[in-house]
Design a protein around this ligand. Structure first.
Ligand code: ADP
Ligand code: MG
Length: 224
């Protein structure tokens, strides 16, 4: 019991520290981004390549900060009753253009009357991380199917892709910090997603087959 207490105190200190570092670093990043953006608008073609690379790296850095911040404070922000369909309309607004850009298709079937309790931006972040992985797994053509329903007092959501799939070894390591098989991956996406789902009293399970595709099944206690 004593050890447990010490561990949770330690976790709390680390969380506070991570959150404040993230806040401090985010501001200068945003200022730098603003100046670079101004330069992009004024520059000749050749310099634009370097500038857009710099912007891309800055966005990547701020993405990592967001992930750490969320990991440190997964229940941060306002907790309300979330309409699952409304949340997914926003998620689609962000991800459909990205999927289309890569030749993928997203189909969503979610009824209007599903509700869960949680923080809206955390909820979205959890699903954006899952669906982004699906988009990246498509490697060009393919589709992602998303559907949801209520069952035994739970809201269940499925995300299924016909992308590259995973073998058991990869499957077992999902959510491990820094575990990534991508050249530009951070290996933080699912770590954050698992944490958000955990604090919402939810559960996530993956089924996958190498070469065939992946299905994530997520469930939360129903809020209505
Ligand atoms: P990252 O995307 O930065 O690599 P994630 O935590 O989001 O980190 O994912 C970790 C790894 O899990 C990925 O690199 C990939 O190998 C595997 N993965 C996750 N989702 C899928 C999926 N839908 N299809 C195939 N592989 C996946
Ligand atoms: Mg990812």
């Amino acid at each position: 019991f004593n050890n447990e207490l010490q561990r949770s105190e330690k976790m709390e200190i680390i969380s506070e520290l991570a959150a404040s570092v993230a806040h401090e670093v985010r501001n200068p990043l945003q200022v730098t981004r603003g100046f670079l953006q101004l330069l992009v608008e004024k520059q000749q073609q050749a310099d634009k390549v370097y500038l857009s690379m710099a912007l891309e790296e800055l966005d990547r850095a701020s993405g990592i900060i967001t992930d750490f911040l969320t990991f440190a404070k997964p229940e941060g922000g306002k907790i309300t009753e979330l309409n699952v369909l409304d949340e997914f309309i926003h998620i689609e607004g962000i991800l459909v253009p990205l999927a289309n850009l890569q030749g993928g298709k997203i189909t969503t079937h979610i009824p209007k009357d599903l509700y869960v309790r949680g923080n809206s931006s955390k909820f979205k972040q959890a699903f954006i991380n899952i669906i982004k992985n699906s988009i990246e797994a498509l490697r060009g053509e393919g589709d992602i199917q998303i559907w949801g329903y209520e069952k035994d007092g739970h809201v269940v959501i499925h995300i299924k892709d016909n992308g590259e799939g995973m073998d058991d070894e990869v499957l077992a390591r999902l959510g491990e910090p820094y575990f990534s098989n991508k050249t530009k991956g951070t290996g933080l996406g699912l770590m954050v997603t698992f944490r958000i789902i955990e604090v919402m009293d939810g559960e996530i399970n993956f089924k996958s087959k190498k070469g065939a595709g992946t299905e994530a099944i997520i469930q939360f206690p129903s809020a209505n």
